[in-house]
Ligand binder design. Sequence first.
Ligand code: NDP
Length: 483
Amino acid sequence: MQIQPKASHFIDGAYVDDVAGTPIAVVYPATGEQIATVHAATPAIVDQAIVAAKRAQKQWAAMSGTERGRILRRAADMIRAQNRDLSILETYDTGKPLQETLVADATSGADALEYFGGLAGSLTGEHIPMGEDWVYTVREPLGVCVGIGAWNYPTQIACWKAAPALACGNAMIFKPSETTPLCALKVAEILCDAGLPAGLFNVVQGMGEVGGSLVTDPRVDKVSLTGSVPTGKKVYAAAAAQMKHVTMELGGKSPLIIFDDADLDNAVGGAINGNFYSSGQVCSNGTRVFVQKGLKEAFLQRLTERLQNAVIGDPLDEATNFGPMVSEAQLNIVAGYIEKGQAEGARLVSGGKRLDQKGWFLEPTVFADVSDDMIIAREEIFGPVMAVLDFEDEDEVIARANDTEFGLSAGVFTKDLTRAHRVIGKLEAGSCFINSYNDAPVEAPFGGVKASGVGRENSKEAIQHYSQVKSVYVRMGDVEAAF
Ligand code: NDP
């Protein structure tokens, strides 16, 4: 099977290549087979992208928001029309089951383009009366924005960054993860076919150093990263050296708190969604599942029963609901954490083994009797490993849930809605859920607090992070001066 793209990069409205760049093998995670090769961007390719973006941005910003929005909404419709093909590509890129990619990837990207396309015409400033004088504000684009993506949602991440950036009148250069370079090229091609002028959405491939060279280029005004906390710290520091705007969507070790009075099946369903969707490779996952003591045994029993319904195998078979890890490297990292969990004395309730077949398959894994100080309860694993921890009362669980450097997400399951709101109010997290887990509609702000991030994606909040406000004082009378 070969899914070779037309070229490695998409710059100034066209596919381009420079085979002098380091080759990057694209591997289908379900078989380990190489399906394509792309080349990392050379400095000349990076320069070409920045020159194109800088040139195109000024004209784009001069168009009306309604005109910009129309193009984004057309791209959304085209993505929806091609959803099956794009979903199959996403499955090849990531290994995620087609059952998921058909509903969670290109469709989520289309939602972002449609939503921000709709907002583009309404991005206005304020009129502030000052007696006979007044101040007015203008919302201006930032200029050239760089997007750097992780490998778990390559289509969605490209669209979540491109849509608000373009709606606000910016240009974007997007660097996908080297693990999943294919999908963003398709997004670029569709935006171009929808009428986006050349140079406004460019894709350059490469490893961290290509991302690094974009971040430090003085012609770049903003960096939006989706990645791990260590990478985020490096990229944030490099951007700060030139006082650039940033959005940091980073990792987590989020708490999911299940009280005794919760609906058992809903709570188990939330824990499954929050740990095993996309084989656990989701930043907002609720991987520390705190279960109140009275419900613990029933929860573990029902969870174990429902895990029997996991269909692990060929991701292109729509009956499959649990796919492989994205890469052998990620599989080894996660397997290492499973060993650590066992060595630390956590009780392995389910899974834990690599499947004896080709591809990077690992069983959905559950540990019980996990304590707060265990490595599997402290570090982001980014794989299908759920840690179940016991708790007795509300104050105790809130303190333990907050005892982490991360703050991306948090969830609470209880039938007592007063308690649900009280507890959510005290949890240190940016994206929270009550009697649900991991919903991420474009209308809701998404992002973390503490080490999990800076800024928000999606919703009207994202507009703040892709534009800046100019204020203009207008004097109607004479100027008074001391001399
Ligand atoms: P990494 O942090 O390893 O990489 C993220 C991106 O940054 C990749 O494109 C990578 O390139 C690039 N990069 C690495 N080093 C640098 C650098 N010094 N300068 C500029 N760019 C650099 O994350 P993963 O790809 O492994 O993704 C998993 C992580 O992403 C998890 O921690 C997860 O929680 C987080 N994530 C956060 C989300 C959120 O919205 N909060 C959503 C999804 C994932 P390359 O890999 O090609 O070398």
